[in-house]
Design a protein around this ligand. Structure first.
Ligand code: ATP
Ligand code: MG
Length: 265
């Protein structure tokens, strides 16, 4: 029974080589999507899943920096081989261009890059591909929603009103396109100072309230922790560096819920 269901999934998913495709999105920029995508991918790996990470941000790829990858993917003329780092199969436009080159790509080229990454990359034997989406509600989101059978989207936001405004637009878009929204995550929700006090820098409860308003699941909070940013800059995400760190535990918990939801059919 389980085998049949899994076989069906393989046939249905247009990204060959994976069972499930989960995107990390938010119409708002700079709320921590890439940080979430990379750490969630590592957390899924730590609990035994086979994981791929697709950086779908064509204009502003983050994966080369966040995973400290400098190499170029090999190609046999037919397909591109993902670069494996931390035991995760990775692909990013940033592997194909140098860091200084601005991405002056027009819409149709973005769409064709996404098609290349989903159809011409030799992803192999994966349980999950985690897709790191760019900000906005543009061509990339549309291409994924309409042409790639995403199994779900996790929406990341900070609790600030200005971020939530865009997030609501994102939710409406995915609803309209009939993409399953797994739930909303409140990132950088608060900061615990040296004095032990909790500071709600971007306001409190906004993401949860938005989830309730749109009848979506609220998946939980990730506090601000300077170590998260530092590890990202070092190219060794927090969950890879120290799986016992309190932030890593939050990610491992998210990963466990996702694994249970999809792999225990
Ligand atoms: N929980 C956190 N604690 C501290 N810093 C964080 C946290 N989450 C994200 N950051 C930091 O916030 C900044 C933005 O994160 P990130 O690049 O992941 O956002 P993004 O939504 O992917 O941005 P973009 O829209 O440009 O793609 C980074 O400097 C990152 O290190
Ligand atoms: Mg990003």
């Amino acid at each position: 029974m389980k085998e049949n269901l899994e076989k069906k999934r393989f046939q249905k998913n247009p990204i060959k080589g994976t069972k499930y495709t989960i995107a990390i999105s938010s119409a708002k920029g700079g709320v921590g999507k890439s940080t979430f995508a990379t750490n969630l991918a590592i957390a899924l790996k730590k609990i035994g899943c086979k994981v791929g990470l697709l950086d779908a941000d064509i204009y502003g790829p983050s994966l080369p920096k966040l995973f400290s990858i400098n190499g170029k993917p090999e190609s046999d003329g037919q397909s591109l081989k993902p670069i494996t780092k931390y035991n995760i199969q990775c692909m990013s436009i940033g592997f194909l261009t140098d860091e200084q080159t601005p991405m002056i790509w027009r819409g149709p080229m973005v769409t064709s890059a996404i098609k290349t990454f989903t159809q011409k990359v030799a992803w192999k034997d994966l349980d999950f591909i985690i897709v790191d989406m760019p900000p906005g509600t543009g061509d990339t989101q549309l291409t994924f929603a309409q042409e790639i059978n995403m199994d779900g989207v996790i929406i990341v936001s900070t609790p600030q009103e200005i971020a939530l405004q865009d997030v609501k637009r994102g939710i409406r878009m995915f609803d309209k396109l009939k993409v399953n929204i797994i739930g909303l995550v409140d990132n950088m929700s608060y900061f615990i100072g040296d004095d032990g006090k909790k500071y709600s820098i971007f306001g409190e409860g906004g993401v949860k309230k938005t989830a309730e308003e749109f009848k979506k699941n609220f998946l939980g909070e990730i506090p601000i922790d300077p170590k998260v940013g530092q590890q990202g800059d070092l190219g060794v995400p927090i969950v890879e560096k120290d799986q016992y760190h309190k932030i890593s535990k939050v990610y491992l918990n998210f990963a466990k819920n996702i694994k249970d939801k999809y792999l225990k059919l």
